[in-house]
Design a protein around this ligand. Structure first.
Ligand code: MG
Length: 244
Protein backbone atom coordinates (compact mmCIF):
# COMPACT_ATOMS: atom_id res chain seq x y z
CA UNK A 1 0.00 0.00 0.00
CA UNK A 2 2.93 2.28 0.59
CA UNK A 3 3.05 5.31 2.79
CA UNK A 4 0.57 8.04 2.22
CA UNK A 5 -1.11 10.72 4.18
CA UNK A 6 -4.69 10.74 5.33
CA UNK A 7 -7.00 13.72 5.33
CA UNK A 8 -10.24 12.10 6.47
CA UNK A 9 -11.62 9.00 8.15
CA UNK A 10 -15.13 7.75 7.51
CA UNK A 11 -17.27 5.53 9.67
CA UNK A 12 -20.21 3.24 9.31
CA UNK A 13 -22.71 3.68 12.17
CA UNK A 14 -24.54 0.50 13.15
CA UNK A 15 -22.38 -2.12 14.88
CA UNK A 16 -19.31 0.01 14.11
CA UNK A 17 -19.87 2.87 16.58
CA UNK A 18 -22.65 1.30 18.63
CA UNK A 19 -24.36 -2.02 19.23
CA UNK A 20 -27.48 -1.82 17.10
CA UNK A 21 -28.92 -4.86 18.88
CA UNK A 22 -29.64 -2.46 21.78
CA UNK A 23 -32.16 -0.76 19.55
CA UNK A 24 -33.89 -3.96 18.46
CA UNK A 25 -34.00 -5.48 21.91
CA UNK A 26 -35.50 -2.36 23.45
CA UNK A 27 -38.16 -2.42 20.72
CA UNK A 28 -38.92 -6.09 21.35
CA UNK A 29 -39.30 -5.44 25.06
CA UNK A 30 -41.55 -2.46 24.37
CA UNK A 31 -43.98 -4.32 22.08
CA UNK A 32 -43.90 -7.83 23.56
CA UNK A 33 -46.48 -7.09 26.26
CA UNK A 34 -49.00 -5.53 23.90
CA UNK A 35 -48.60 -8.13 21.15
CA UNK A 36 -48.64 -10.90 23.74
CA UNK A 37 -52.06 -9.68 24.89
CA UNK A 38 -53.38 -9.18 21.37
CA UNK A 39 -52.26 -12.65 20.29
CA UNK A 40 -53.27 -14.30 23.57
CA UNK A 41 -49.77 -15.69 23.95
CA UNK A 42 -48.27 -13.71 26.80
CA UNK A 43 -45.44 -11.17 26.89
CA UNK A 44 -42.68 -13.64 27.65
CA UNK A 45 -43.39 -15.93 24.70
CA UNK A 46 -43.54 -13.07 22.22
CA UNK A 47 -40.34 -11.53 23.59
CA UNK A 48 -38.55 -14.87 23.37
CA UNK A 49 -39.61 -15.37 19.73
CA UNK A 50 -38.41 -11.88 18.75
CA UNK A 51 -35.07 -12.20 20.52
CA UNK A 52 -34.55 -15.68 19.05
CA UNK A 53 -35.19 -14.33 15.54
CA UNK A 54 -32.60 -11.63 16.03
CA UNK A 55 -30.04 -14.14 17.31
CA UNK A 56 -30.65 -16.41 14.34
CA UNK A 57 -31.10 -13.98 11.46
CA UNK A 58 -29.40 -10.66 12.40
CA UNK A 59 -31.18 -7.32 12.08
CA UNK A 60 -30.45 -6.97 8.38
CA UNK A 61 -32.71 -9.92 7.54
CA UNK A 62 -35.84 -8.69 5.76
CA UNK A 63 -38.04 -11.40 7.29
CA UNK A 64 -37.12 -10.96 10.94
CA UNK A 65 -40.67 -10.27 12.10
CA UNK A 66 -42.17 -12.88 9.73
CA UNK A 67 -39.87 -15.44 11.26
CA UNK A 68 -40.85 -14.51 14.81
CA UNK A 69 -44.59 -14.56 14.04
CA UNK A 70 -44.31 -17.91 12.23
CA UNK A 71 -42.51 -19.23 15.25
CA UNK A 72 -45.50 -18.15 17.37
CA UNK A 73 -48.00 -19.63 14.90
CA UNK A 74 -49.36 -16.10 14.43
CA UNK A 75 -48.02 -14.94 11.07
CA UNK A 76 -50.17 -12.26 9.48
CA UNK A 77 -48.85 -9.78 6.89
CA UNK A 78 -50.74 -6.93 8.58
CA UNK A 79 -49.00 -7.64 11.86
CA UNK A 80 -45.64 -7.77 10.09
CA UNK A 81 -46.32 -4.40 8.44
CA UNK A 82 -47.37 -2.91 11.78
CA UNK A 83 -44.23 -4.16 13.51
CA UNK A 84 -41.98 -2.83 10.72
CA UNK A 85 -43.69 0.57 10.85
CA UNK A 86 -43.46 0.84 14.61
CA UNK A 87 -39.88 -0.37 14.53
CA UNK A 88 -38.95 2.49 12.21
CA UNK A 89 -40.63 4.96 14.58
CA UNK A 90 -38.99 3.54 17.70
CA UNK A 91 -36.86 6.20 19.41
CA UNK A 92 -35.03 4.72 22.38
CA UNK A 93 -31.98 6.17 24.11
CA UNK A 94 -28.69 4.81 22.74
CA UNK A 95 -25.15 4.36 24.00
CA UNK A 96 -22.05 4.22 21.78
CA UNK A 97 -19.44 1.50 22.20
CA UNK A 98 -17.20 2.51 25.13
CA UNK A 99 -14.22 3.38 22.89
CA UNK A 100 -16.16 5.27 20.22
CA UNK A 101 -16.24 8.84 21.53
CA UNK A 102 -12.62 8.71 22.57
CA UNK A 103 -11.55 7.42 19.15
CA UNK A 104 -13.47 10.10 17.25
CA UNK A 105 -12.08 12.84 19.49
CA UNK A 106 -8.57 11.50 19.13
CA UNK A 107 -8.76 11.45 15.33
CA UNK A 108 -10.19 14.96 15.21
CA UNK A 109 -7.47 16.25 17.51
CA UNK A 110 -4.93 14.65 15.16
CA UNK A 111 -6.26 16.95 12.44
CA UNK A 112 -8.35 14.41 10.55
CA UNK A 113 -11.79 15.24 9.25
CA UNK A 114 -14.47 12.68 10.01
CA UNK A 115 -17.38 11.55 7.88
CA UNK A 116 -20.26 9.13 8.21
CA UNK A 117 -21.77 6.89 5.53
CA UNK A 118 -24.76 4.96 6.82
CA UNK A 119 -27.51 2.92 5.17
CA UNK A 120 -30.99 2.65 6.63
CA UNK A 121 -34.07 4.87 6.93
CA UNK A 122 -32.59 8.40 7.02
CA UNK A 123 -34.83 9.77 9.76
CA UNK A 124 -34.04 6.83 11.97
CA UNK A 125 -30.31 7.05 11.26
CA UNK A 126 -30.33 10.78 12.04
CA UNK A 127 -32.10 10.05 15.30
CA UNK A 128 -29.45 7.48 16.22
CA UNK A 129 -26.64 9.97 15.54
CA UNK A 130 -28.34 12.46 17.89
CA UNK A 131 -29.16 9.86 20.54
CA UNK A 132 -25.56 8.64 20.51
CA UNK A 133 -24.28 12.19 20.99
CA UNK A 134 -22.48 12.24 17.62
CA UNK A 135 -24.29 15.22 16.08
CA UNK A 136 -21.13 17.36 16.09
CA UNK A 137 -18.60 14.66 15.25
CA UNK A 138 -18.85 14.43 11.47
CA UNK A 139 -17.88 17.12 8.99
CA UNK A 140 -19.99 15.27 6.40
CA UNK A 141 -22.72 12.67 6.86
CA UNK A 142 -24.23 10.71 3.99
CA UNK A 143 -27.56 9.05 4.75
CA UNK A 144 -27.78 6.67 1.82
CA UNK A 145 -31.50 6.08 2.34
CA UNK A 146 -31.91 9.52 0.73
CA UNK A 147 -30.16 8.31 -2.43
CA UNK A 148 -31.45 6.04 -5.21
CA UNK A 149 -31.01 2.38 -4.27
CA UNK A 150 -28.16 1.85 -6.75
CA UNK A 151 -26.17 4.55 -4.92
CA UNK A 152 -26.29 2.90 -1.49
CA UNK A 153 -23.66 0.59 -0.06
CA UNK A 154 -21.82 -1.33 -1.38
CA UNK A 155 -21.74 1.18 -4.26
CA UNK A 156 -18.80 3.59 -4.17
CA UNK A 157 -21.27 6.45 -4.81
CA UNK A 158 -22.02 7.49 -1.18
CA UNK A 159 -18.33 7.41 -0.29
CA UNK A 160 -17.51 9.60 -3.26
CA UNK A 161 -20.30 11.94 -2.22
CA UNK A 162 -18.79 12.28 1.26
CA UNK A 163 -15.37 13.05 -0.27
CA UNK A 164 -16.95 15.67 -2.51
CA UNK A 165 -18.63 17.36 0.45
CA UNK A 166 -15.33 17.46 2.31
CA UNK A 167 -13.23 18.37 -0.71
CA UNK A 168 -10.83 15.48 -0.08
CA UNK A 169 -9.44 12.84 -2.45
CA UNK A 170 -10.72 9.30 -1.79
CA UNK A 171 -7.16 7.96 -1.84
CA UNK A 172 -6.44 10.16 1.17
CA UNK A 173 -9.33 8.70 3.18
CA UNK A 174 -9.87 5.67 5.34
CA UNK A 175 -13.20 3.99 6.07
CA UNK A 176 -14.09 1.91 9.11
CA UNK A 177 -16.98 -0.54 9.00
CA UNK A 178 -18.16 -3.90 10.26
CA UNK A 179 -20.16 -5.49 7.46
CA UNK A 180 -18.19 -7.25 4.69
CA UNK A 181 -21.21 -7.20 2.37
CA UNK A 182 -21.68 -3.42 2.63
CA UNK A 183 -18.67 -1.64 3.96
CA UNK A 184 -15.61 -2.81 2.06
CA UNK A 185 -16.13 -2.96 -1.73
CA UNK A 186 -17.16 0.68 -2.29
CA UNK A 187 -14.31 2.40 -0.46
CA UNK A 188 -11.76 -0.20 -1.64
CA UNK A 189 -12.75 0.55 -5.22
CA UNK A 190 -12.01 4.22 -4.61
CA UNK A 191 -8.59 3.52 -3.18
CA UNK A 192 -9.54 4.24 0.43
CA UNK A 193 -7.80 2.43 3.24
CA UNK A 194 -10.46 0.08 4.62
CA UNK A 195 -10.46 -1.12 8.21
CA UNK A 196 -12.86 -3.89 9.18
CA UNK A 197 -13.90 -3.99 12.82
CA UNK A 198 -15.08 -7.25 14.38
CA UNK A 199 -17.68 -5.52 16.53
CA UNK A 200 -20.96 -6.73 15.05
CA UNK A 201 -22.73 -9.98 14.23
CA UNK A 202 -21.04 -10.17 10.83
CA UNK A 203 -17.60 -10.83 12.31
CA UNK A 204 -18.67 -14.41 12.90
CA UNK A 205 -20.44 -14.75 9.54
CA UNK A 206 -17.58 -14.80 7.06
CA UNK A 207 -18.65 -14.14 3.50
CA UNK A 208 -16.84 -15.84 0.62
CA UNK A 209 -18.04 -13.27 -1.90
CA UNK A 210 -17.12 -10.11 0.02
CA UNK A 211 -13.70 -8.47 -0.43
CA UNK A 212 -11.24 -8.39 2.44
CA UNK A 213 -10.48 -5.06 4.12
CA UNK A 214 -6.92 -3.73 4.17
CA UNK A 215 -6.78 -4.28 7.91
CA UNK A 216 -8.93 -6.09 10.42
CA UNK A 217 -9.16 -5.08 14.07
CA UNK A 218 -11.17 -6.75 16.80
CA UNK A 219 -12.65 -3.57 18.20
CA UNK A 220 -12.51 0.21 17.97
CA UNK A 221 -9.60 0.23 20.40
CA UNK A 222 -7.39 -0.95 17.52
CA UNK A 223 -8.46 1.55 14.88
CA UNK A 224 -6.09 4.45 15.65
CA UNK A 225 -3.13 2.11 15.78
CA UNK A 226 -4.17 0.47 12.50
CA UNK A 227 -4.43 3.87 10.81
CA UNK A 228 -1.07 4.96 12.10
CA UNK A 229 0.62 1.69 11.20
CA UNK A 230 -0.84 1.15 7.78
CA UNK A 231 -1.37 4.46 6.15
CA UNK A 232 -0.24 7.66 7.55
CA UNK A 233 3.14 7.49 9.13
CA UNK A 234 4.45 10.65 7.58
CA UNK A 235 1.35 12.77 7.97
CA UNK A 236 -0.41 11.85 11.17
CA UNK A 237 0.86 13.27 14.42
CA UNK A 238 3.07 10.80 16.21
CA UNK A 239 0.69 10.80 19.16
CA UNK A 240 -2.01 9.02 17.17
CA UNK A 241 -0.39 5.67 17.62
CA UNK A 242 0.21 6.23 21.32
CA UNK A 243 -2.16 5.59 24.15
CA UNK A 244 -4.03 8.79 25.00
MG1 MG B 1 -22.65 -1.62 10.25
Amino acid sequence: MGERGLDAVGFDLDYTLWDQDQFARSFFDQVAGEFGRRLGLGRRRVAQALHASLDRLTLAHPALFDFALHRLGAWDPRLVAELVDRYHRHRPPARPYPAAAELLGRLRRAGLRLFLVTDGPPELQRHKVQALGFQDEFAAAVYTGELPEAQRKPSPAPFLLACGRLGVAPARCAYVGDNPECDFAGPLGLGMLVIGVGTGPYAARASASAPAPDRRVRSLEGVAEALAAQAALERLPACLGDRP
